[in-house]
Write a protein that binds this ligand. Sequence first.
Ligand code: B12
Ligand code: SF4
Length: 399
Amino acid sequence: MKCLLVQPAFPIPNKSLNHKSFLPVGLLKVSTWLRRQEAEVELAVGCSMPSFEPDEIYITSLFTYWSSYVWDCVRFYRRSYPAAKIIVGGIYASLAPEHCLQSGCDEVHVGLHEQAEQCPPDYDLVETDFQILHASRGCVRRCAFCGTYRIEPEYTYKRTITSEIEKRHLVFYDNNLLANPHIKQLLTELRDFRLEKRVVTAECQSGFDGRLLTPELACLLKAARFRNPRIAWDGPVEEESEVRKQIQILTEAGYAAKDISVFMIFNHELPPGDLRHKAEACFHWGVQVADCRFRPLDCFSDGYKPQAKQQEPDEYYLYDVWTDEDVRAFRRLVRENNICLRYRIPRDRYSKQLEGLSGIERARMRRKLGLEDGTQRLTREQLDELNRMWIAEALERAM
Ligand code: B12
Ligand code: SF4
């Protein structure tokens, strides 16, 4: 049996194909499952021809509003291999199976794949220096805007994960890592674990459930070498003191405020003024905001253009009390606040040229400016100098 695995050509930021946020980990598990049945397997990205004529084609899917990339692949492979069986699985397929079936595929797989779920991802198909893990599936909560309980209706968890570790950096895709009843044991074993005598580091792509965060868990997260912790503040402004407490728990455990992010859903029930208030509170505490624009789960496309100055209300999903202007103003506020925090510059010194500097370029600039210790704030002159250097370097690169 020859099986082609396909990751549609999603508009993945950062240009890096095996980005830690977009590795097709579901397909990699399906690959191991197929190989254990002696199938020959190849991985394709987007619409590209494999080296063999496939009998079966497994296409994965991600956000519902990226459905068109899945449809493009179904059409392309249907035309190229009319006799092959085409199966689509993953997140969009699970959230909207009927819509997905209209793409022309033969089968839609809903939810987790029981057998593949028991298999380790096949890292021979991708080149990465990190590994994706799930220490639990499902979630103990039911937030109104979330589709998790439809994709993974049952909350299941592992007691240990060390036997799965094969790389030195772990990226957890759990919905709610801290809800695992064995979380203390998991973190303790990670703290003590060595891979070829070396420690491993970790991060969690979803936020930690702040309501479950205790000083003990925060210290264990730090000891287990979890980087860049994220919590969520999706509720009203009245939760300000609770969120502040959660941030304090993290900083007291040793995390620098600027390395902490707060997920914030916007273009949703809370009005723009409340979101501004929440973002400013985070800036005041020195923590970054990860803004999450709401789109309903049955939204099958997203016409939002981040670079546009303005768009008509019917071009993308806008919640009742939000306008295009509100969306752009909020995103701008968050971006500018985050940049000022990352660069440690006062809010009134924000400059557009500061955007787009890579970590290495930034470090080089700071060294040139004599700011090696990284704690000083930039003066107006230093900022001007930094901007000049940045523009000169950008021009040099462009030539
Ligand atoms: C980790 C995560 C992220 C990560 C990584 C995403 C990723 N690559 O999966 C990051 C941080 C990037 C992310 C970002 C966002 N996310 Co997110 N994320 C998740 C989360 C928690 C887990 C995803 C996951 O496990 N992926 C790995 C999956 C695909 O692999 P797997 O489950 O092991 O695969 C199994 C099955 O799916 C199946 N399978 C998979 N493919 C195939 C193919 C075939 C053929 C077969 C047979 C089987 C099969 O078999 C596998 C083995 O069991 C989900 C919630 C959830 N539980 O799904 C939300 C979720 C996907 N995210 C969601 C959202 C909304 C977002 C954001 C838009 C938030 C925001 N507003 O900013 C952003 C999007 C940013 C952008 N660029 O647009 C929504 C999507 C809703 C929707 N409309 O589709 C979800 C469902 C959560 C929710 N709130 O409802 N997210
Ligand atoms: S806690 Fe997170 S994963 Fe769980 S239901 Fe709420 S938003 Fe979804």
